[in-house]
Design a protein around this ligand. Structure first.
Ligand code: FMN
Length: 364
């Protein structure tokens, strides 16, 4: 593992170019900034966009290990990696070792270059079938699943994503790390919360640091990273090899280039230009329509448009209206109108909390 970020702040020249590449499970990545797997979010268009905007790796939405569902439109879409920038990391979810092994083989045959195993998802629908983070309660089963998957895809690196444990009284991430290492898992991503914590409270970076201190494999720190400064803080506080970002990247795929720039130079980038984000969003919408088809594409696009515009001056009324529109044409037209109006007032993206009187002016 090689991560060569400049010490912060860089004493000689804040803007000197640094080699931030990372050797990760046999691949050379652009950097150590990963997009977290998010069901309903990290589809192929979003992964591609995040990679284009600076992410070193993007993990797919979880794909079921239930072979009865392989033919469903959703599962087929999730296994579609056409044109995706390598390495392609596909997350699988399930609780039966043999099924998970089959799922790993199935996805490798369809282009996965890394298999990631989900033992972190807190969703009831997943935990009720003893998958996702529920597996953390059964360490024997964890070992059987990991070994089955690793053995099923020799030559393909297998990684694991976990929470710190089932609940605060049963944190067992260090045990799971040991099991993972013995099973041949090549890297471990940790969301610094127990399953019981859901998304509440502070992420436990100290637990991630404790696991990292014991680890022989790369550790990826995850949870609440929403700015370049926070990414730097978490890398320093945990000693992790990489950071993984989920919710903060929704509607803000350029966060990766902002973090990359900050880690490399110690200085923040200016907020992106309105015209650039307008162009990126329109291209993202085109990708969504092409990927999902028109009807589903319009629906999926709504949530991305909402995320892109959240917090921008004048966006509340815009989002309310945009959510009612049924066609590509209308969706495109109002997005254009919104961004052209925004660009008249600001060259760079301006969020409400920094806009001051301009917010009032536009709201009037
Ligand atoms: C909408 C949504 C969907 C998610 N889906 C998955 C998933 O499919 N697999 C998984 O391991 N984690 C999933 N997660 C958890 C994220 O990968 C991540 O661990 C969590 O959001 C914490 O990181 P963040 O604070 O950067 O968002 C999901 C999270 C969200 C918000």
């Amino acid at each position: 593992m090689r991560v060569k970020f400049a010490p912060f702040p860089c004493p000689a020249n804040h803007f000197a170019p640094y080699d931030a590449t990372m050797e990760f499970v046999g691949f050379t990545l652009r950097n150590n900034l990963f997009v977290a797997p998010m069901a309903g979010v990290t589809d192929r268009p979003f992964r591609q966009l995040c990679k284009k905007m600076g992410a070193g790796l993007a993990v797919s939405e979880m794909v079921t290990s239930n072979s009865l569902l392989y033919g469903s439109a959703k599962t087929r879409r999730r296994a579609n990696h056409d044109g995706e920038v390598a390495p392609i990391s596909v997350q699988i979810a399930g609780s039966l070792p043999a099924m998970m092994a089959d799922a790993a083989r199935h996805n490798v045959e369809r282009g996965a270059q890394i298999i990631d195993i989900n033992m972190g998802c807190p969703a009831k629908k997943i935990c009720n079938v003893m998958a996702g983070s529920a597996l953390l309660r059964d360490e024997l089963l964890v070992g059987r699943i990991l070994e089955a998957v690793v053995n099923a895809v020799p030559g393909t690196p297998v990684t694991l994503k976990i929470r710190t444990g089932w609940d605060k009284s049963s944190r067992n991430a260090t045990n799971v790390l040991k099991i993972a290492e013995q099973s041949g898992i090549r890297a471990l991503a940790m969301h610094g919360r127990t399953r019981a914590c859901g998304y509440t409270g502070q992420a436990e970076y100290e637990t991630i640091a404790a696991v990292k201190a014991e680890a022989r494999i790369p550790i990826i720190a995850n949870g609440d990273i929403d700015s370049p400064e926070k990414a730097k803080f978490v890398l320093d506080a945990t000693g992790a090899d990489a950071v993984m970002i989920g919710r903060a990247a929704q509607g803000r795929p350029w966060l990766f280039r902002e973090i990359e720039h900050y880690l490399n130079t110690g200085t923040p980038l200016l907020p992106p230009r309105v015209a650039e984000i307008h162009e990126i969003l329109m291209a993202h919408l085109e990708d969504l329509y092409a990927f999902y088809g028109i009807e589903t594409g319009v629906r999926v696009a709504r949530k991305h448009i909402s995320w892109y515009t959240k917090g921008l001056v004048g966006s509340a009324a815009f989002r309310h209206m945009m959510n009612q529109l049924p066609t590509i044409e209308l969706q495109g037209r109002v997005v254009n109108d919104f961004f052209f109006a925004l660009a008249e007032h600001n060259e760079h993206l301006t969020y409400l909390h920094t806009a001051g009187s301009l917010a009032e002016e536009l709201a009037a």
